[in-house]
Design a protein around this ligand. Sequence first.
Ligand code: ADP
Length: 153
Amino acid sequence: MPSTIAVFPGTFDPVTLGHVDIVRRGLTLFDRIIIALGVNTSKKNLFSPEQRMDWMRNIFEKESRVEVAQYEGLTVNFCRERNAHFILRGLRNGIDFDYESHIAQVNRKLDPGIETVFMNCAAEYSYISSTIVRDLIIYKGDYSSLVPSEVKP
Ligand code: ADP
């Protein structure tokens, strides 16, 4: 049987415990996960792509089934390049669902051979977002319980 490869795309500015949980649980479904940091030139980020990739690589250093990569352009094109037939996304609430299902429909239209798989977020991480972490970093609040210890801004 061919190995199942999933792409987990995101901005990860910065990576949170919620993202890590999705990847770890995703490894029970897929043989390999490619964490794909989307570089969108029009989007202003707090941390550089290099910094975000470094944190991600450190977190999954010992996990041979996880790869960290960077891509530009359409997620489905990156999936095709890497022979991945699945896109993995996490859902925290109904707002995520509305947004994500729309993107998933568009991606299916672009390439019906790539299936989007949603994973329900763990209850203890459902309030965590990169936006909240960034605000805490900027305004000097304690964000340490929201991110992996490797994230050291
Ligand atoms: P994007 O900018 O593409 O939304 P993010 O880095 O914010 O990228 O998120 C990447 C993926 O991780 C998305 O599917 C998002 O729904 C999911 N995600 C974000 N925060 C959490 C969390 N706390 N728990 C589970 N999934 C999450």
